[in-house]
Design a protein around this ligand. Structure first.
Ligand code: NI
Ligand code: MN
Length: 226
């Protein structure tokens, strides 16, 4: 599966020719200034929760591309009021069969206020299963025992986990999460963007390697096959 990093927790995957974008936050990300937000294509946009650093560019990208936005019911209502009507509301525990595969919404232990103070509903993680492979994006979350359920839903090829600490899991908790979800290939997100979440890349990769896990830390604009 082709995975592209756009900085912070924004990334895309291509499944069955469909480009699926997650948590768009580019315009206000100093580390992603080499990325032109107006050139990002998307067929779907998945939002893990309502915080600014996950949805800042959602309205502009959805309006330009016509991508379907998949998010909590409350964010769906909020987007509809902003004129983004190609939306699909979901909530934790639910799954839906999309044209590229199945997505199950799972628990994320976090919060989810929208930028204008509106309630954003539950924060969510997503488990994707498809003919091209399976992966888990946890969204912003603490380490939680609920992650132990995920192997019942899918055998994962990779997982995308926050590792920056302060607002989410740190590197050590993400390693425990990797064990709970039974996945050795982890793409790290939600680090370095702000002063609170700076990490030591070499040390993080070393800690993962010591446990037989692989940590991918990509630069904004970088793509890999995973
Ligand atoms: Ni957040
Ligand atoms: Mn965040």
């Amino acid at each position: 599966m082709r995975y592209t990093c756009y900085g912070h927790s924004c990334f895309s995957v291509v499944i069955k020719g469909k480009k699926i974008l997650f948590d768009p936050f580019i315009t206000f990300n100093e580390l992603a200034k080499n990325i032109d937000v107006n050139t990002i294509e998307a067929d779907f946009i998945f939002l893990s929760h309502g915080h600014e650093d996950h949805i800042a560019d959602c309205v502009s990208i959805a309006a330009r591309t016509g991508a379907k936005v998949v998010c909590s019911f409350e964010i769906h209502v909020w987007l509809n009021k902003k004129g983004i009507t190609n939306t699909h509301p979901m909530n934790t525990g639910g799954k839906w069969n999309f044209e590229f595969g199945t997505v199950k919404c799972v628990v994320a232990q976090h919060s989810s206020g929208l930028p204008d103070g509106s309630y954003g509903g539950n924060p969510m993680g997503f488990v994707f299963t498809s003919d091209d492979g399976n992966f888990y994006y946890s969204g912003d979350t603490a380490l939680t025992l609920d992650m132990q359920l995920i192997p019942q839903y899918a055998t994962l090829n990779f997982a995308v986990l926050p590792i920056g600490d302060n607002f989410t899991m740190d590197v050590t908790d993400a390693m425990q999460s990797a064990k709970y979800v039974q996945c050795r290939k982890i793409v790290g997100v939600h680090y370095d963007t702000f002063g609170y979440i700076k990490i030591d890349h070499i040390k993080a990769k070393q800690l993962f390697a010591e446990e037989g896990l692989q940590l991918f830390l990509l630069n904004p604009g970088e793509s890999i096959e995973i």
